[in-house]
Structures are given as structure tokens and as C-alpha cells.
Design a protein around this ligand. Structure first.
Ligand SMILES: [Zn+2]
Length: 217
């Protein structure tokens, strides 16, 4: 099965990607992992990407697309894969269709994790990270006993910039502008499966696997 997972920040995409890929016995391919691998191996694409990142800029689409193309051509992805974090835009989706066609194959399904904006804000803005041990607490779902202090190691808790309400609102805005149009791209192709991603992580996984089963995965 060749699958793409999309969803807004805070939808639990990374976690679900792990479970679903393991269930399908396909590699989970995330753009984050591909970037790190290319940079640490010093590939020409990795060095190019690093130049942009070091300059504080965005890595151009074409560099990302080329990295994904190289990764999909590796042997472990020949029978299927789960893509996480790509495509992020309609031009990237068009590029993905083309690279798969060049490999003599095509995408089977796009699974959309559906979570409304208020829920995303609630999930992300409640997170607090421990400065010492890295544990992530949540003011509402998994609160430490003492305010601002980690129960595990007594470290200070802080809120990552990414989780601040104004940053979350901006991430949602970018998602709505760049990524949400993927729904209109894949919907008419009959490849889109929308899935309620609220509630406990395990319930979402069960729902995801049930949905895939109904599509013959
Ligand atoms: Zn701690």
C-alpha cells in the first residue's frame, strides 16, 4: 500500500504514522528523517538543503522533491510506504504523482486526520516541556502535581515557542493555505479517506486501521 498521511499540526500525525506503517509493514518515510539523513550523510542535496537552513531560509520545494524521489527509489519502498510530511502543497502532490508514475506505480490512499482548530489549539497550547529530562506534560490531560515543575525530575517546565497560541494560530493558517488544498486535489481522485482524530491515541489508531481495512489494506 502506498499511503500519504495528512493532518494539521497537533493531530498526532507522527504517532499515528508509526502505528499505521508498522501495521501495514511498510516503511514510514517522513521528510524530517529524510532531511536529517541527507544532511548527516553529506549528500549533495543534503548540503544544498543545509545551506538554506543555515541561512535561516526555507528549503526550496525542488530540493525536498528530489530528496523524496531518491528515498522512494530505495528498495524497501518498492512494495509500499507511508509518507508523513510530504506532500505539503499541491505542487508537491503533482510532483509525487509524477515521480510515482516514473516508477511505474501510483498512490493508493491519502488519509486525512481531522481535528478542528479549537481542539488543535487546546492540545498544543497546553503542552509544557521539562528543561531537564525532556518529558512533555499537558496542563489539561497529563498535568504535573506542582505548577511549573516536572514530577519526574524536579526540572523547570517551559512552553516551546511552537506551542504558544500565536504560533499555533500561524501554523494553522499556513496549513489552511498550503496543505488543506490537498483535500481538493485528492478528493476527486477518490483516494481520500477522512478520519476523526479526536480522542485517545489508541482509539484513533483503531479507527485508522479499520478505515484502511475497508480499503483492502
Ligand atoms: Zn523532567
Amino acid at each position: 500500500m502506498r499511503l500519504v498521511l495528512v493532518g494539521p499540526p497537533g493531530a498526532g500525525k507522527g504517532t499515528q504514522a508509526e502505528f499505521v506503517a508498522a501495521h501495514l509493514c511498510v516503511p514510514k518515510i517522513s521528510t524530517g528523517d529524510i532531511f536529517r539523513a541527507n544532511v548527516s550523510q553529506g549528500t549533495p542535496l543534503g548540503m544544498e538543503a543545509k545551506r538554506y537552513m543555515d541561512a535561516g531560509g526555507l528549503v526550496p520545494d525542488q530540493v525536498t522533491i528530489d530528496m523524496v524521489r531518491d528515498r522512494l527509489a530505495e528498495s524497501d519502498a518498492s512494495d509500499g510506504f507511508l509518507l508523513d510530511g510530504f506532500p505539503r502543497t499541491v505542487p508537491q502532490a503533482v510532483a509525487l504523482d509524477k515521480m510515482l508514475a516514473d516508477l511505474g506505480t501510483s498512490l493508493d490512499l491519502v488519509m486525512e486526520l481531522v481535528v478542528d482548530d479549537d481542539e488543535v489549539i487546546r492540545r498544543l497550547s497546553g503542552r509544557r516541556n521539562c528543561r531537564s529530562c525532556g518529558k512533555v506534560w499537558h496542563l489539561e490531560f497529563d498535568a504535573p502535581v506542582r505548577d511549573g515543575i516536572c514530577d519526574r525530575c524536579n526540572g523547570d517546565l517551559f512552553q516551546r515557542d511552537d506551542d504558544k497560541p500565536e504560533t499555533v494560530a500561524e501554523r494553522l493558517r499556513v496549513y489552511g493555505r498550503d496543505t488543506a488544498p490537498l483535500i481538493d486535489y485528492y478528493g476527486p481522485q477518490g483516494k481520500l479517506v477522512g478520519m476523526d482524530a479526536t480522542g485517545p491515541v489508541e482509539d484513533v489508531t483503531v479507527r485508522a486501521i479499520d478505515a484502511l481495512r475497508s480499503y483492502g489494506a
